[in-house]
Design a protein around this ligand. Structure first.
Ligand SMILES: Cc1cc2nc3c(=O)[nH]c(=O)nc-3n(C[C@H](O)[C@H](O)[C@H](O)COP(=O)(O)OP(=O)(O)OC[C@H]3O[C@@H](n4cnc5c(N)ncnc54)[C@H](O)[C@@H]3O)c2cc1C
Length: 398
């Protein structure tokens, strides 16, 4: 990876909107403003999501409208070629791209192979450009959900299922090996808790295989889970003495309601916190633990939370961590929290955007999740909308 040498870090100022929106034209700002206003209304989002799914199923001509609005804001394009424009714009302000093929869970072997090949192509592309150093992998894109679940529940696999799972591991190994050889980093996303244990085991196996000098492979820890601090501490203990740099990407977790609903329905203790402050504490505690072990950990703080981001930047400065660009990564989703990403990059931190790409229909579940995330809480305007309005006032567009 092409790291610059130690950069003296300038103050991180997430309120600098000029920097935050420097890559957005007036037209794009107006579109984003309209989008976030619509997304602010929960009932519209729910209705819009259902209506769009049906319209696509019925082959109504809505693709163009989606493509030029919500898709344009949150995705890079339908192909990696189309995504180049966004990638270059990010690179122009020293923001790296995490190329994210927006395929939701696949159903069969040809689907899994297709996703693997797409990711391998992306690694080759990343090798030939300086602007992409990271790619993301969702394990349900390259392996069967039901087999992950059976493994977690210790249900014995049939011979055929064992062979299927071996192929999943082989696909992941091909991806990690190619990334290792190309000098690229792989972020393995975290999924539902009832599939996660075998996923953790696969990620750990890959780390042991490929993370000798640097973290080629990152596993993701969802800090809304009550057991993740214990998992992190245990992982550190188990890997002590091995020649391995642990890649730890921390997130709060995307499936809160699903986790809670399943636990209630199937009557088992919820694996996630019920109070947001507990998740926040657990996230910041994971930061502390990773920083205490930076000689053998690379950390990626994947969050839109300003307090956690600020907390980490302050710790880096307070502890005088000189090699922070190599060891500590910050990441946000494309189209969200630009005030964090661009001001982090401006301040000399290692910042990236997850940039999804893929055809509009495939990306739709991803877009619906983004819309739901941005609906208003108790009628309050979302943080994104507030920032957009401030920038529009600054540009005299409002
Ligand atoms: C670059 C990037 C990569 C990501 N990759 C993954 C991934 O691999 N797997 C994954 O699951 N998610 C992933 N996410 C999504 C992430 O888990 C969060 O859903 C999202 O980022 C919102 O959390 P936040 O830290 O940004 O900020 P905030 O807005 O401060 O936090 C919102 C989050 O807090 C938690 N929360 C909210 N209410 C409660 C409550 N009452 N009790 C307990 N906890 C609560 C939930 O996790 C919720 O998503 C990723 C996010 C980013 C930015």
């Amino acid at each position: 990876m092409n790291h610059t040498t130690i950069t003296p870090t300038r103050p991180f100022d997430p309120d600098n909107l000029e920097v935050a929106f420097s890559t957005r034209t007036d037209k794009e700002l107006k579109l984003a403003h309209l989008l976030f206003r619509v997304m602010g209304k929960p009932s519209l989002v729910k209705l819009g999501g259902i209506a769009t799914l049906w319209a696509l199923k019925l082959r109504l001509p809505v693709k163009g409208l989606i493509r030029s609005t919500i898709y344009h804001h949150f995705c890079g394009g339908e192909t990696t070629q189309e995504a180049q424009r966004a990638i270059r714009r990010l690179a122009s302000v020293h923001v790296q791209t995490v190329l994210d093929y927006a395929a939701e869970a696949q159903e069969d072997e040809p689907g899994f192979d297709f996703v693997r090949d797409e990711i391998l192509r992306n690694i080759r592309l990343a090798k030939s450009t300086k602007e992409i150093s990271y790619i993301s992998v969702k394990l349900t894109g390259i392996g069967a959900r039901d087999i992950f679940q059976k493994l977690q529940e210790l249900v014995p696999l049939t011979m055929a299922e064992q062979a299927t799972f071996a192929r999943t591991e082989m696909r992941l190994d091909m991806i990690c090996k190619a990334a290792y050889e190309a000098g690229i980093t792989v972020y393995i996303d975290a999924e539902e808790s009832w599939l996660q244990q075998p996923m953790d085991e696969l990620a750990e196996k890959m780390m042991l295989r490929y993370n000798e000098r640097r973290a080629v492979v990152f596993n993701t820890l969802q800090m809304y889970r009550t057991d993740r601090i214990a998992y992190l501490s245990d992982l550190l203990k188990r890997s002590d003495g091995y020649d391995v740099v642990l890649g730890i990407k921390i997130v709060r977790g995307a499936y809160l309601e699903k986790e809670q609903e399943r636990a209630t329905e199937q009557v088992y203790p919820s694996p996630v916190f019920t109070v947001k402050a507990d998740t926040d504490r657990s996230f910041d505690k994971a930061i502390d633990i990773c920083l205490d072990n930076l000689h053998r950990v690379e950390l990626c703080a994947a969050t839109h939370n300003e307090a956690s981001t600020r907390y980490l930047t302050e710790l880096i400065n307070k502890r005088g961590i000189e090699n922070h660009r190599e060891r500590i990564h910050f990441s946000q989703l494309y189209g969200m929290s630009d005030n964090l990403t661009f001001n982090l990059a401006k301040a000399g931190f290692n910042a990236s955007k997850y940039l999804p790409y893929g055809d509009v229909a495939t990306a739709l579940p991803y877009l619906i999740r983004r819309a739901e995330e941005n609906t208003s809480i108790a009628g309050q305007m979302s943080r994104e909308l507030t920032l957009l309005e401030e920038e529009m006032k600054r540009r005299k567009l409002l």
